[in-house]
Design a protein around this ligand. Structure first.
Ligand SMILES: [Zn+2]
Length: 291
């Protein structure tokens, strides 16, 4: 059985911590480097339910995409929800390791897993990492469909390829628009609209799109045959495929070293939105009429 330090070294080779954004908090959050590891659980969010799942699974290591503490703290007391996670992990000998923006930028990274989940062939990063001579690392990915679909069909495919969430997908655009090229960005992607427009893709699939950036992108699209259309999924759903990708990567490393690790992927839906309600259709037969 490998020591935690050896497993962490392998994970840091996949997602070097120095490639994380400056504001990020990646790496080992708790855990004894000399402890032995036999089971590893991958999840998006280090929340209470996932910590409990790690304990139930008998995991020695929990690897999450999102940091538990992004900013500094002065207490890990179990009186707060984050401290409670720390307590249940330490009490049950579960280490926690975070790979966040370093996993976003990696090759393969979070957006490669998202692209694969919705059936895209990746042609390159949306925002290439200038330090990568191979031109494969970076933020987001651009991909192609094998055969064109309508926007409505592509949205259906994305909904099928991603795990179920209460909110599902939102679509902005003409449902009949032909889709061949797609930009994807796992997690919040509205800071990349400029890059998406420059890429000239038919659709942008990401999460957390806000009203104003989405509205402006749609208005700008009026000058470009409606491109790009937007498909907005739940943040958790766009990053969950990475957990399976990461688990397979660790499986390979484990086989190579004869570690016999057992890897698990959490299927607990940790998207904070738990329900979805649709109001009755808004009809306005006399637009602009005085009230
Ligand atoms: Zn995220």
């Amino acid at each position: 059985m490998p020591k935690l330090s050896a497993v962490i070294a392998a994970l840091e080779a996949l997602w070097p911590p120095e490639r994380a954004e400056e504001w990020d908090a990646v790496g080992l959050v708790c855990g004894d480097p000399d402890a032995e590891v036999s089971r590893v659980l991958f999840a998006v969010d280090p929340v209470h339910e996932v910590a409990e799942e790690a304990v139930r699974t008998g995991a020695d290591l929990l690897v999450t995409h999102h940091p538990l503490y992004l900013r500094g703290t002065t207490t890990v007391a179990a009186t707060g929800f984050k401290g409670r996670v720390v307590h249940s992990l330490i009490k049950n000998n579960v280490a926690l390791h975070v790979a966040h923006t370093n996993a976003d930028r990696a090759d393969p990274g979070v957006s490669d897993a998202l692209a694969a989940a919705v059936g895209l062939r990746v042609t390159g990063p949306l925002v290439p990492d200038r330090t990568d001579p191979a031109g494969r690392r970076g933020l987001g990915r651009i991909g192609e469909l094998d055969a064109p679909l309508t926007l409505a069909e592509f949205a259906q495919r994305a909904a099928k390829g991603l795990p179920h969430t209460a909110t599902g997908l939102r679509v902005a655009g003409d449902p009949e628009q032909a889709v061949r090229t797609v930009a994807v960005c796992g997690g919040s992607g509205d800071s990349l609209f400029g890059d998406v427009r420059r890429a000239g893709v038919d659709v942008y699939l990401t999460a957390d799109l806000r009203h104003h950036p989405a509205s402006e992108a749609q208005q700008a699209g009026l000058f470009d045959e409606g491109r790009p259309s937007l498909v907005d999924a739940a943040h958790w759903a766009t990053e969950w495929p990475w957990c399976e990708q990461a688990a397979s990567q660790l499986d390979e490393i484990s086989d190579r070293h004869g570690w016999a690790l057992r890897t698990y992927v959490s299927r607990t839906v940790t998207d904070p939105w738990t329900a979805h309600a649709v109001s009755t259709e808004f009809t306005n037969s006399n637009p602009g009429a005085p009230r």
